[in-house]
Design a protein around this ligand. Structure first.
Ligand SMILES: *Cc1c(COP(=O)(O)O)cnc(C)c1O
Length: 366
């Protein structure tokens, strides 16, 4: 069986070495030495003044919205993981969806301005599959209308835009360190923020809103993460280059073997590097994709419709909104297996199956 994803696990010995320190000092959570070490390392790597290690990526999104004090309407993308939208709702704001671009699958920045109302306070969009959005257009609009910008960089760890870390952009960028992501701490999230005042505010909100042991001046939550998760984050940190280069090798192999397959890849931002966090394909049509997905499954290869359906039409607790490009493209997207332990032979097996499926179903290619 080939799953679509399998979390990277370092050796148990490496983990034991780190946890020994936890047993020695008895510090389990609440900004212990390992969490601080991780935040300090990531601050440098992500090129921002402050990085906060929090319980998960969803919490990072909610803390970002709370820290920037966004209210009313937030303009966002319907082509993302559900947490991008639900974090807005949990913070008592309303998501307002713009359509995406058919080639990059990121927010179409030309749709943003017409969605701005007197209630709009922010823009929260995703670097889909780690492919940077048009940050320059977004930041120009934000400046013109005095809006705050949050980037959901859950997929974008280590991506550089114009030779600078993508996490430098926006008032806040967040990342997810969930086990399913490229770089993980089992569960975990990051808030990356240049503004020291906002970072200090989010640090308080992350810890119940404590300003001193007996005073609460703002609404807080428990968004902290533990020393055990920080230990995994630190160990995996030392493996990042290895993880990315293996994923590059596998992605290049897919590219080579699927060159005649009737699907296209999202167009990558020309000024950005890649982190190979996913291998998405946009099939020529939905029927071809669904049948190919089923054929792969019958051969014990598991793929994922990521992202499907559109967040603007899938959520029972929100009014639905149809968006021409999102509705069309999200139906045809499929992510192929991609993870550290996947082998070149398995990529060959998957590609051979897909090419065989196409040869036997040419009538579906249109
Ligand atoms: C994974 C993911 C999240 C949520 O992160 P968690 O750590 O699982 O809470 C948010 N946005 C996107 C785009 C994601 O892929």
């Amino acid at each position: 069986m080939i799953p679509v994803n399998k979390p990277f696990l370092p050796s148990k010995k490496e983990y034991d070495k780190f946890t020994e320190g936890i047993w020695n000092n008895g510090w389990l959570t609440n900004s212990g030495p390992l969490s601080i070490e991780l935040e300090d390392k990531l601050k440098v790597r992500l090129g921002v003044n402050n990085v906060l290690f929090v319980s998960n990526g969803t919490m990072a999104l909610q803390l970002a919205i709370a820290g920037l004090e966004l209210t009313g309407e937030i303009i966002t993308t319907p082509f993302s993981f559900i947490a991008t939208t639900t974090s807005i709702i949990w913070q008592n704001c309303t998501p307002v969806f713009g359509d995406i671009e058919a080639d990059t699958l990121n927010i179409d920045t030309s749709t943003i301005e017409e969605l701005i109302t007197a209630k709009t306070t922010g823009i929260l969009v995703t670097h889909v599959y780690g492919n940077p959005c048009d940050v320059h257009s977004i930041e120009a609009i934000a400046k013109k209308y005095n809006l705050k910008v949050i980037y959901d960089g859950a997929h974008a760890f280590d991506v550089q835009l114009n030779n600078e870390p993508i996490f430098k952009h926006g008032n806040i960028s967040i990342c997810s360190l969930h086990a399913s992501k490229l770089y993980h701490s089992v569960e975990g999230g990051l808030v990356a923020c240049n503004d020291n005042k906002i970072a200090a505010k989010i640090t308080r909100i992350r810890n119940f809103g404590f300003t001193s042991p007996e005073s609460f001046n703002e609404l807080g939550i428990n968004g902290k993460n533990s020393e055990f998760h920080a230990a995994m984050g630190l160990i995996n940190y030392s493996h990042i280059e290895k993880l990315i280069s293996k994923r590059k090798l596998l992605s290049d192999k897919y590219d080579e073997l699927l060159v005649s397959f009737a699907a296209r890849k999202p167009v990558w931002n020309k000024s950005a590097t890649k982190n190979y966090s996913y291998y998405p394909l946009i099939f020529c049509n939905e029927e071809f994709m669904l049948k190919c997905m089923k054929f792969l499954q019958e051969n014990d290869v598991f793929t994922r419709r990521y992202f499907y359906p559109s967040l603007a039409s899938a959520l029972k607790f929100l009014p639905t909104k149809s968006l021409a490009i999102t509705d069309k493209v999200s139906k045809k997207v499929l992510c192929l297996p991609l993870f550290y332990e996947l082998t070149v032979d398995e990529v060959k097996k998957i590609s051979d199956l897909m090419n065989k499926f196409q040869r036997n179903n040419l009538n579906l290619v249109k």
